[in-house]
Design a binder for this molecule. Structure first.
Ligand code: URA
Length: 240
């Protein structure tokens, strides 16, 4: 099926649609060996050979959208130099190559999306879409309310302020549990935020991504998203 060239490039996971337009205008895209440096070209990814900077796009196959409940003790990268098990090894029966959207660290558990649709990955990873992720966090101690308020307003991590977030105490006695909802996914963000106020994280679990929950998904299990769930995620607008 013919589609706009920038959409094909974005769907293949190379970059966002807007950046794909720039790549085209910069003359970095070829279709069947001929340079395309104007917008408006419509092509068929199943028929045409499209290259960006000389590298061919992956041919489109079946689009897969999986929601996995990752157990502790799995890495969320495609391979691990230390030989630890990867989340991909949990996807029994899935032959297509999918990749994780964002990371969930080895010692954390909970929800992860995996897909071979670059367009969805771009929506989920880009700041403006601000898809919320909710975590349950067990802390070593009980933080002061001023410290929690500081985290909620935002702190500087790696030279950049974190977006405002919401933190609610949900239970526990000696080791309290908190729920935190973030609209960004920076490296080890939850752990580093609590470390900043002197609190070690004992357990960390992602319990919600936008409207998706772990209902019916035991640790290690996964399911396909429905077409309507995929549509809702792709059209996610900040503040929903
Ligand atoms: N924040 C973390 O610290 N770790 C994760 O895996 C996800 C969010």
């Amino acid at each position: 099926m013919e589609e706009r060239l920038q959409k094909i490039i974005a769907t293949a996971g190379v970059t966002s649609r807007r950046k794909a337009e720039q790549l085209i205008l910069e003359g970095r895209v070829t279709v069947n060996g001929r340079g395309v440096n104007q917008l408006g070209s419509k092509d068929d990814p199943a028929r045409d050979e499209i290259r960006v900077d000389g590298r061919p796009l992956a041919r489109p196959g079946k689009r897969l959208y999986l929601l996995l409940n990752k157990p502790v003790g799995y890495v969320s990268t495609l391979s691990d130099p230390q030989g630890r098990p990867t989340v991909i090894s949990l996807l029994r029966g899935i032959k297509e190559r999918v990749y994780p959207v964002g990371r969930l660290d080895y010692h954390s558990s909970g929800l992860m999306l995996l897909t071979n649709d670059g367009e969805l990955a771009n929506v989920m990873m880009s700041r403006p879409s601000a898809v919320p992720r909710t975590y349950h966090v067990k802390l070593e101690g009980d933080p002061a309310s001023e410290d929690l308020a500081k985290l909620e307003r935002g702190i500087v991590l790696d030279g950049q302020r974190t977006a405002p977030c919401r933190i609610v105490r949900t239970g526990g006695r000696d080791r309290p549990w908190y729920e935190i909802t973030l609209v960004e996914g920076r490296y080890h963000q939850v752990r580093r935020m609590f470390e900043r106020i002197g609190q070690g994280v004992v357990k960390l679990k992602r319990v919600r991504i936008a409207f998706l929950t772990d209902q019916g998904l035991a640790p290690g299990q996964f399911r396909n998203l429905t077409a309507s769930e995929v549509g809702r995620l792709k059209n996610w607008k900040a503040g929903q």
